[in-house]
Design a protein around this ligand. Structure first.
Ligand SMILES: Cc1ncc(COP(=O)(O)O)c(C=O)c1O
Length: 434
């Protein structure tokens, strides 16, 4: 199916946005779904529905979806087996006042698949899992400070360490220390400067730069030398790189790991998994909420992970992702843009990286890319987040679209930059990692 082409009307989207201005501060529930993350006036603001690899906005325009609800939709939107499992659970109730057998079944399944998982607790958002892991690490070590690298959600302990820290007390901010990825010396120096104070190191095992040889094992060894726990934030990598998470893919087992997003194909569920001696502290540590164990999402996770086991989902993410990355890089090359852009990252999750002089204005360049993609029927923040529904046909349609997108980027590169070609306000950074 070719993507839908211009002209697009955004009339209904724009009307809803005007209504939202009166009642929804920030206009969306998530920064990444709101105005900061899309080119003003060019992008739709409201989605009507989605199926497989496609999403339709409220004006009926169809897009190939590379945002996928910010990552959860690993099988494709409205996946039949997941919907059926959820429907069956809906008919039997979703919120109970005792535990449900599905919680035990899903915990057993995760313990079978994930190397560090000896016990498991569930949350709803990735932030529940990362914040629960931090509290657990503090309880296990009796230490207050945390070293972090990467994005870990909305809670005080993490967001206070970024530029978007309004509302977070200084005393809390002072407890979170940042370190750069792939720099063992910097982490070592942090441990030496805060000897005996760091409860844990939390990091995304990989984003768009691969770990240097020995890096992840080196982080683990440093943590253990210093009596701190190693926590892998696998909220994105979990199930996308490997059914056992990035820890299986890279062969480095952390003490605790956090999962979310893709584990239930769009239903709200997250998990902390880890060593039993640490996890047992949850008998005392408060990690407890009304919707913990909510049964529809547990059913969705059992169906999602079941499908990932019975069908070659992860293999398809790798092979289709590689075809897309290589095809897109060839189009960049053909467009004479090799020195400006490249698609970076492991095949299931890649990003359009701006190079050389383009790097200084990467938000503007990525905005131009988004604008031109929207005109070609592709919804993107400039990443390839693939689902199982993004098969070879979708990859081919995307590459066809890119044959129209990158020549515009080339014209902009030759003609003084992206600003002249943008038809609305560019995307803005939600925050800076300080
Ligand atoms: C690596 C990582 N950790 C944690 C989170 C927080 O998850 P949530 O937004 O579900 O709270 C995110 C969300 O994007 C994430 O990408």
């Amino acid at each position: 199916m070719p993507p839908s082409k211009t002209p697009r009307s955004l009339e209904h989207s724009n009307a809803l946005r005007e209504r939202a201005r009166r009642v929804v501060p920030g206009l969306a529930q998530t920064f990444s779904k709101g105005p900061l993350s899309f080119v003003g006036g060019v992008a739709p603001s409201f989605v009507s529905h989605a199926s497989g690899a496609h999403v339709w906005d409220v004006d009926g325009n169809r897009y190939i979806d590379y945002i996928l609800g910010l990552g959860p939709v690993i099988l494709g939107h409205a996946h039949e087996a997941v919907n059926q499992a959820v429907a069956a659970q809906l008919a039997r109730g979703t919120a109970f006042s005792l535990s449900h057998p599905g919680e035990v079944q899903l915990s057993e399944l995760l313990c079978e698949l994930i190397p560090c998982a000896e016990m498991v607790r569930f949350g709803k958002n990735g932030s529940d899992a990362t914040s629960g892991a931090i509290r657990l690490a503090r309880a296990c070590t009796g230490r207050d400070k945390v070293a972090r690298c990467g994005y870990h959600g909305w809670q005080d302990w993490y967001i206070g360490s970024t530029s978007r820290h309004k509302g977070v007390p200084e005393a809390v901010r002072a407890l979170t220390l940042s370190f750069p990825y792939n720099g063992l010396d910097a982490l070592d120096a942090l441990f030496r400067a805060h000897r005996g104070e760091i409860a844990c190191v939390i990091l995304e095992p990989v984003t768009f730069d691969e770990p240097a040889a020995g890096y992840l094992a080196g982080v683990r060894d440093l943590c253990h030398r210093e009596g701190a726990l190693l926590v892998f934030d696998e909220v994105i990598t979990g199930f996308r790189l490997h059914l056992g998470g990035a820890q299986s893919y890279f062969g480095v087992t952390p003490d605790l790991a956090c999962f979310g997003k893709a584990m239930a194909n769009g239903f709200p569920l997250s998990a902390i998994a880890g060593r039993a001696d640490y996890m047992r502290q949850f008998e005392e540590v408060f990690f407890s909420f009304t919707f913990g164990g909510e049964a529809a999402s547990i059913a969705a996770a059992l169906a999602t992970i079941g499908t990932m086991r019975s069908e070659p989902v992860v293999e398809a993410l790798w092979s289709n992702g590689a075809a897309l990355r290589e095809g897109a890089n060839a189009i960049i090359e053909e467009s004479g843009l090799r020195e400006h852009f490249t698609w970076a990252g492991l095949a299931p999750w890649t990003t359009l990286r701006c190079l050389g002089p383009a790097a200084a204005r990467s938000l503007e360049w990525r905005s131009l890319f988004q604008q031109e993609c929207l005109e070609q029927g592709i919804l993107t923040h400039g990443n390839h987040m693939l689902s199982f529904a993004h098969g070879p046909e979708i990859v081919a349609a995307t590459l066809d679209a890119y044959r129209a997108v990158f020549p515009v980027m080339a014209e902009a590169a030759a003609g003084g930059g992206p600003e002249r070609f943008l038809r609305g306000a560019p995307m803005q950074a939600v925050m800076r990692q300080s």
